[in-house]
Design a protein around this ligand. Structure first.
Ligand SMILES: Cc1cc2nc3c(=O)[nH]c(=O)nc-3n(C[C@H](O)[C@H](O)[C@H](O)COP(=O)(O)O)c2cc1C
Length: 513
């Protein structure tokens, strides 16, 4: 079983670390003339136009990101409008901006480099307004392209080793990653970005599904080659990353697996030339599940890691009360969100705001690899200007809802350095670092645990983005110097690996002339 040959994940992780030297010695450059198209287009398939007048759920964003729809909600069947709402608020175009070389179409969720390498497919049975089929979502014109006619939910369920949420779902969304669309800029580090960018998108998707009263879960237990074959993917260029079963159908409605021959459908090339990065193909292969038995084993829930003892002074989280929390709806917040480009270094946030963000974002993701409420990533932070919290470095005790002071001090310069020498983390009010005990995670989950930990960080980071914007604050994902982050938080973080970084603060208001 390749998934158990753990040197593969270490090789990829260590080989794609950023350091002061690696960033300076990189020979990779941006070939603007060969910039990839941000959409996958099937020119010759039948399409269904998705409704654009999307009824809003009216559910408060802070509730939508943190509350689950119980699976007992039987007969939760999305119709075309609800499906369109989920797709649009996960991956739809929410803003556009001209730049000298063309136009950037910004999407609902944050994405490294605004390159939007994650594609969405839907495997659905008969729904109100949608025939059973395999569809591809095209956000460029808000349409679904019909790739296969018929009900393929039985196929998906079989290759997900009869995962009950997939078996019971009227529709399952499959998220894929297209290597070149992101690797054009980020080279072999794109495999990490797959987790981050798919994760932020999932934060939106789970929130909108929850707000629509539809249960949804992240499923990583599936036979990779079989899902890729069903989607007819060229796996050197695009691979399935996760399944998200949506809703709950009556048990009797699952059909037997159907014939799904190769399609070889025409698609428009992303670029004139594409480069391949073997490190990523190797990492993907080594973290693939090869059989239904392996997929079933993946699902066996692991015990959550015991919380560490606390050695330092602890500050209790003080989230805003229900009455104090803004009621801005999840749709309003997604439309308002955008990564802050300049933080105001003179601004501050309150401990109540920071507490609300941490509390709401870390109540546990619905995922097939997590026991209820467990989390793979550990959360550390640097507070620069948080009213009620002394400046310094902290560890977040999730179970106790406290922040343990690791070292007190003003660390703006250090934060700027850790965040790849950018100004954003130095000017933010707080920087949230996601670190993980990769050794333990890989031993328990195999190489696929690497996918899970990156994806989880992206999804929790995505929830933090939404919580920050619900509170009318700003946020931005960031990249970092891996080993320097660990050094900064050590000895507490000894032996851990840096996974993700998010800065939270207030946008600098431009002065009117
Ligand atoms: C995981 C992650 C890492 C990011 N890293 C950086 C970064 O290092 N520097 C930066 O300026 N922006 C960074 N961004 C912000 C993206 O550039 C931004 O999400 C993208 O341009 C889309 O714009 P939007 O978030 O405003 O919709 C990051 C975003 C994510 C999700």
């Amino acid at each position: 079983m390749k998934n158990r040959e753990l040197q593969a994940a270490w090789k990829y992780h260590d080989g794609t670390k950023h350091s002061y030297r690696s960033v300076r010695s990189s020979t990779h450059y941006l070939d603007w003339a060969n910039r990839p198209q941000p959409f996958k287009i099937y020119p010759a398939v039948e399409t269904i136009a998705l409704p654009r007048d999307l009824l809003q759920t009216g559910v408060a964003a802070l509730a939508a990101i943190s509350e689950r729809v119980p699976l007992t909600n039987v007969n939760a069947l999305p119709d075309l409008r609800e499906l369109a709402r989920i797709l649009f608020f996960s991956a739809g175009i929410t803003r556009q901006r001209k730049y000298p070389g063309g136009e950037i179409y910004f999407r609902a969720a944050a994405c490294t480099g605004a390159l939007y390498e994650i594609e969405l497919y839907v495997v659905t049975g008969e729904l109100k307004g949608v025939d059973a089929g395999l569809y591809h979502f095209n956000p460029a014109d808000m349409s679904l392209g019909l790739l296969r006619k018929g009900d393929f939910r039985g196929n998906l369920t079989q290759v997900a080793a009869m995962e009950p949420t997939v078996a019971g779902a009227p529709a399952t969304i499959v998220c894929t990653g297209t290597y070149w669309r992101n690797a054009w800029k980020y080279a072999a580090r794109t495999y990490r970005h797959f987790g981050w960018d798919n994760g932020t998108l999932l934060a939106n998707m789970l929130a909108i599904a929850a707000a629509s009263g539809l249960p949804a879960e992240i499923v990583l237990g599936f036979v990779d080659a079989e899902v890729n074959r069903l989607l007819d993917l060229d796996t050197r260029r695009e691979v399935a990353l996760c399944l998200v079963p949506i809703g709950r159908a009556p048990e009797s409605s699952l059909p037997a697996p159907a014939e799904a021959p190769a399609l070889r459908l025409e698609t428009i090339p992303f670029s004139k030339r594409e480069m391949e990065f073997p490190a990523m193909l190797e990492m993907h292969d080594a973290s693939s599940l090869a059989s239904e038995e392996e997929a079933a084993q993946w699902r066996e829930k692991r015990a959550a890691a015991p919380p560490p003892a606390s050695a330092g002074e602890e500050v209790r989280l003080q989230p805003l009360s229900q009455e104090e929390q803004p009621a801005d709806t999840i749709e309003q917040v997604i439309l308002r969100r955008g990564s802050t480009r300049t933080f105001d270094p003179a601004a501050s946030i309150t401990l109540a705001q920071l507490s609300t963000i941490l509390d709401r974002a870390t109540r546990g993701l619905p995922a097939d690899f997590l026991v209820d409420g467990a989390q793979l990533n550990d959360i550390y932070l640097i507070a620069h200007s948080v009213h009620g919290l002394a400046p310094g470095a902290y560890y977040f005790h999730r179970a106790r809802k406290t922040l343990e002071l690791l070292k007190q001090g003003k660390f703006r310069a250090e934060a700027g350095r850790l965040g790849l020498e950018q100004q954003l983390p130095a000017d933010a009010c707080a920087d949230v670092f996601f670190l993980a005990d990769l050794k333990r995670i890989l031993e328990e989950y195999g190489n696929r645990g690497y996918r899970a930990v990156q994806l989880e960080a992206g999804a929790i980071g995505g929830r933090m983005y939404l919580a920050a914007y619900a509170l009318h604050l700003g946020a931005s994902g960031l990249t970092f110097f891996d080993d320097e982050v660990i050094d900064f938080f050590s000895p507490h973080a000894d032996g851990k690996s840096a996974i993700f970084l998010l800065a939270i603060g207030k946008a600098l208001k431009r002065k009117a002339h």
